[in-house]
Write a protein that binds this ligand. Structure first.
Ligand SMILES: Nc1ncnc2c1ncn2[C@@H]1O[C@H](COP(=O)(O)OP(=O)(O)OP(=O)(O)O)[C@@H](O)[C@H]1O
Length: 250
């Protein structure tokens, strides 16, 4: 089993405040890993470490994060390429103020794809993978901002897929959506894991139980338990995990 991302003793400080206290964790390729834990425990902070999103946060990172055994914090690392390979989808869908087509074609165009036929193909394939194609195929010129919230989130997923990443990071991607839209996103993610490694932060424990293969439970900046989702939800190894999952705190 391939471990595509590895955290080795990762310590993250915002200024002098330590938000992650030495995280050791390995993420398996082509699986869904959920990060859960109470508010403020460091889930988003850890997720953002995986594609170096902390640059504007006055944050320092110690330890190592390896992506395919390459240290992503190596100063020689190509950040543009890293973010192509490790894409991110946020809580609030943020389409560009462009057409549906141009939203999806944006990344490939920046990456140098000019051929219209090739772009058409990428746009169609990405929208199909994100389960949005059928709803937008007759009006690809429509503004992305004119879609519903759930459609906008799937558009953001399509935009991420268009540059052919290996890993997709999602930070509470359904928390702003209604249950039907959330269900569609969950189905989409479960199909995508055949080809992509997915790491998702979620507050919704049923969602973690439904869609993930592995779950990491964090508390106060530490990783308390990393386990198969089945094991974690049926018989966790750590008493703190059990207490959290059974609503005894958080
Ligand atoms: N940019 C920042 N600057 C300073 N402190 C931060 C910053 N971002 C997060 N923190 C702090 O780091 C800790 C972890 O925050 P983080 O957002 O990672 O938690 P979380 O588990 O994702 O929380 P939530 O579930 O509420 O989103 C918190 O104490 C938070 O206040």
């Amino acid at each position: 089993m391939e471990k595509i991302l590895k955290c080795k003793n990762v310590v993250l400080k915002y200024g002098t405040k330590e938000a992650l206290h030495g995280i050791n964790m390995e993420i398996e390729q082509d699986k869904i890993t959920a990060l859960i834990g109470p508010s403020g425990c460091g889930k988003s902070t850890l997720l953002k470490c995986f594609n170096r999103m902390h640059l504007d946060d006055n944050a320092t990172v110690e330890g190592q994060i390896l992506f395919n055994d390459q240290d992503i914090y190596d100063p020689k690392e190509d950040m543009v390429e890293l973010r192509r390979q490790i894409g991110m989808v946020f809580q609030q869908p943020v389409p560009f103020p462009l057409s549906v087509y141009d939203n999806v074609a944006y990344g490939p165009r920046i990456g140098g794809v000019k051929d219209k036929e090739q772009l058409d193909q990428i746009v169609e394939e990405s929208l199909k993978q994100a389960a949005l194609w059928d709803e937008v195929k007759d009006d690809l010129k429509k503004s992305g901002l004119g879609l519903s919230g759930g459609q906008q989130q799937r558009l953001c997923i399509a935009r991420t897929l268009a540059v052919k990443p290996q890993v997709i990071l999602l930070d509470e991607p359904t928390s702003a959506l209604d249950p039907i839209s959330s269900g569609l996103i969950e189905e989409t993610l479960m199909k995508l894991k055949d080809e992509y490694t997915i790491v998702i932060v979620t507050h919704n424990m049923q969602q973690a139980a439904r869609i993930s293969d592995y779950t990491a439970f964090m508390l106060n900046g530490s990783l308390i338990e990393f386990n198969s989702t089945k094991q974690m939800f049926e018989k966790p190894d750590n008493q703190l995990t059990d207490d959290y999952l059974n609503g005894r705190f958080g």
